[in-house]
Design a protein around this ligand. Sequence first.
Ligand code: MSP
Length: 565
Amino acid sequence: MTNSKESFYTTTPIYYVNAAPHLGTAYTTVATDALARFARSTGKDTWFLTGLDEHGQKIEQAANAEGKAVQQWVDEIAPEFKAAWEALEIEYDDFIRTTEERHTRGVQHFFETVYNNGYIYKDTYQGYYCVPDETFFSDEQLAEFAEAREGEGLPSKHEDGNPLCPDCCRPLTYMEEENLFFKLSAFEKPLLDYYEAHPDFIQPDIRRNEVLSFVRSGLKDLSVSRTAFTWGIPIPFAPGHVSYVWVDALLNYITAIGYGSEAPEDRELFARRWPAQVQFVGKDIIRFHCVIWPAMLMAAGLELPQQVFAHGFLLTKGEKMSKSKGNAMDPFALIDTFSTDGYRYYFLRDVQFGTDGAISLERMLQVYNADLANSWGNLCSRALNMTAKYLGGKTPELWEKTTKRLTEEMGNPLAKLVADGLQSRYAACFSAKNYSGAMDVVMQLVDAANLYIEQSAPWALAKAALVEAEEAEARGEDLAEATAPTQADRLAFVLSNVLESMRIIAVLFAPVMPATSAEVWRRLGLGDVLAVDDQESVCIWGGLPAGLETTVGEPLFMRLTEDDL
Ligand code: MSP
């Protein structure tokens, strides 16, 4: 089967199963979901992959601590992630778990290929390892960290004498093991050449610069197998060795789309999906994704993804939010208070994607009330109420008859805002992963529509239309035959413009707030499913059909107070 649509493959990192889904993992996932939804709405053949990282020493230890068989333990946790993503309306196309057979097969195929290509050799690893981060640290890295800590008057060693992890400050473990090594050093120059030829490969630029200077300072070969434990994927040509968990995990991006399978449908799927368009990661895992991952792909003779985009951290009270610091907020509790759409909107609107962002309940309340309850929600309830009251709950019939004359007479700022490239400004923000900018563009139309209601005062037009009708009746005239626009025409014109804006706003908000956008679509009488695959043409002004039955409904977003927190 051939598909003529442009392929758009996007991924989240796969999450460690030892922690329940939290705001940080939800953040990456919501952002990826919004981009995937946007891509679908512009007609791309979209594929969105997420999943779980289930191997490695950390997971094995966590399961042991619970006294459970590891597979049983990970099987119990996986549904928690799926439930969280469902609650957040995450519309993924595939969910991979690294304990699946398709993944094992692909990882083993990768090891064999890279071994045959001459990039794997055996040696002894002696040095420190961070189990919580599943990361090796070289003596140079530790010395650099120790110097920096001393400069700040802080210890660089744990009381047990082991050095602290330069990333998470937890004590490292000393390791001496026979390992397989990957010749990462052979890729220093090819990587630097690649970064130079593809300036968009690592984004934003601050992360690109960070990676460039790391690679320029020299790459060491990487230990890619472990022999001290067994919870991993066995390496076919090295009995007793299991894959280093990061190599295993990174490969999910291709094993999920058929890599390593000979079946014709898998080969076709792989050809169609790879390389990915955008791979999202947090800034803490950029070296794995921008150095090790592309080198692995080069070693296996595969193409590199078009872009790795790193977002920043969500900070509460100035600190990275994390379970170990006890400052993690529970996504489920927030969804209960703010609704799924309110949640999704806040994180994408209020934090500039790509930089760290301070988040707080107080701020969330403010943004929710201002943008959603008071602006967008209020616009919908006013417009739908007035349509019910003044137009019998139907979208007006008057578009063709009076639009041109009334536009000349009254102007149409909303049509103008849309015609002046609203959708293309919005799409440009999405392409740059500037979610906040995209939401800002849509809010301009929301604000303009609310202002337009104030300025054109439909309630006054309704009153005037009544008086006009009574007067005409007294004169024995039929207003339907009037050649000049009547007050009723003006009223219908104004409400048409507001309802038409709502239609366009619903389409543009849909990638971030799918549920409420679909609800507005229904209330406008446009149907039960809001599914757009040509956003640009759907957002051309004037697409709202006449005679649709509208529904008022409950407020889209209930106003909240501090007592609700
Ligand atoms: N399993 C690895 C990824 C393997 S991908 C081949 C991993 N998993 S993780 O569960 O620790 O979390 C991954 C993602 O959550 C990272 O992208 C990380 O940046 C993100 N976040 C965790 N805490 C965060 C914040 N406080 N703020 C924003 N995102 C952060 O790493």
